[in-house]
Unconditional design. Structure first.
Length: 441
């Protein structure tokens, strides 16, 4: 392919781990990129908060005037890697309104304002790419928007947060508690100084919103995603999980469901769940991510790899950048926003799944039958029960712990059951409630 002499101008906003790697790849792979695109990429400038000569790039490329950089006539594509919703939203909108293509990894912004950004892209016939916003280097967005465009996606489920997967993997492998595993993750750089977005499931919920929107052609925001974090998962939960042939993972689940009347709905949810050891997601450990897509014709597809980090995320960004640059050179356009289905979002109460319930009870006859009766009253069928004694530091038995695994039931029925159990005199506390995914019993 002949290479056009006119370069494609690129502005990079942000010079953190990902931004630095993107800049390095643009500069060090210039010849290969030009051959793939059909024209050279030219780095016009880098938007930063602080202009200083110690940033590892020529200082003349740096600017703290983001608006001016985005508006330059020689900038064709803006790569946004700044992170926060603002000022990223303003910069992206400005670029799109000027007809410039945008590549971003900003999952929080997309989960909140995807509709606004997509409309701006459509109005100016510009490209908006965001492969790196979900699961780092793992190609998930492009298969959903392109490879499976002629199929019907039924379900997308996966591990999309490396920090929580590292913590849960450590708890599973070593028997340590949540606080210790989090401290280890922080020491190794897997957890942020403030890990709330990760451990409370906000990061995974933002990614679930993006995946559900694309998979089901329906606008889904982070506020539509039911969310639970991992902070209440205990070492005892892992012991019970192992006894049941399971491990525990924080899952993002997006699926197309049908009501009893046949109406199609979308469910998007994030929570820690028991996963059978023979399920492919059970073997995804450490800071790795994996996403399983189930489609009507294609069946089950699994995408696995590095879910975070400067180089893996930069790889996804560069893939988008090459696509956007090719479109500029050849006059094409990338996939457009698709929300034609407009399916309603299903409340969590209607979603059926299996449950694991752990509770501490009085150690006397009749307790188990009283507990089982509350499940039966709400038509929550029990599949398995385990009971063990609880002893104090002196070795004296002071109570019992009951672990219950149910068959499939709705969240509403299970919630009513838990409320009733907490009111029983023989129940000291309901210690854990976890769902089980990957088992259809």
């Amino acid at each position: 392919m002949a290479i056009d002499d006119k370069p494609v101008g690129v502005a990079v906003l942000g010079l953190g781990n990902v931004g630095s790697e993107v800049v390095r790849m643009i500069e060090h792979s210039a010849e290969d990129l030009a051959a793939r695109i059909g024209a050279p990429l030219k780095l016009r400038g880098i938007g930063v908060r602080r202009v200083a000569p110690d940033r590892g790039v020529p200082v003349e490329l740096l600017t703290d005037d983001i608006d001016a950089l985005v508006s330059r006539e020689d900038v064709d594509i803006v790569v946004e890697l700044m992170g926060p919703v603002e000022p990223s939203r303003k910069a992206i909108l400005s670029a799109l309104e000027q007809g410039k293509s945008v590549v971003t990894a900003n999952k929080a912004l997309l989960a909140q304002s995807a509709g606004e950004l997509a409309q701006a892209a459509e109005n100016s016939r510009a490209d908006l790419y965001f492969e790196a916003a979900v699961a780092g280097a793992i190609p998930v967005i492009r298969p959903l928007t392109q490879s499976l465009a002629g199929d019907t996606v039924l379900r997308v489920a996966g591990i999309v947060n490396g920090t929580t997967n590292y913590i849960l993997s450590a708890m599973n492998d070593t028997g340590t508690d949540y606080a210790s595993a989090l401290a280890d993750a922080s020491a190794l750089g897997y957890a942020e100084a403030d890990p709330t977005a990760d451990v409370e499931g906000y990061d995974a919920a933002a990614k679930a919103a993006i995946l559900a929107s694309i998979a089901f052609h329906t606008r889904v925001t982070a506020d539509d995603v039911y969310r639970e974090g991992i902070t209440k998962v205990t070492a005892e939960d892992f012991e019970s999980a192992k006894a049941l042939g399971c491990t525990i993972k924080l899952l993002a689940i997006c699926e197309r469901i049908a009501t009893d009347e046949g109406q199609q709905r979308v469910s998007a949810r994030v929570y820690p769940a028991l996963v059978p050891l023979d399920h492919p997601l059970a073997a995804v450990n450490g800071a790795f991510n994996a996403v399983v897509v189930e489609a009507e014709a294609a069946g089950r597809l699994m995408f696995y790899g590095q879910g975070a980090g400067g180089a893996p995320t930069a790889s996804a960004v560069m893939g988008d950048l090459v696509m956007a640059a090719r479109n500029r050179v050849q006059g094409g356009r990338g996939p457009r926003d698709s929300k034609y289905a407009k399916l309603p979002i299903s409340p969590i109460g209607f979603i059926p799944t299996r449950y694991y319930v752990s509770l501490y009870v009085a150690d006397r006859p009749g307790v188990l039958s009283s507990v089982a009766a509350e499940f039966a009253k709400r038509e929550v069928s029990i599949a398995e029960v385990r009971q063990e004694g609880v002893v104090n530091d002196g070795g004296e038995r002071v109570g019992a712990r009951i672990a219950v695994l149910t068959h499939r039931a709705t969240d509403a029925a299970l919630s009513d059951t838990i409320a009733a159990l907490e009111d029983l005199d023989v129940v000291a506390s309901v210690a854990s409630v976890l769902r089980m995914e990957g088992s259809e019993e």
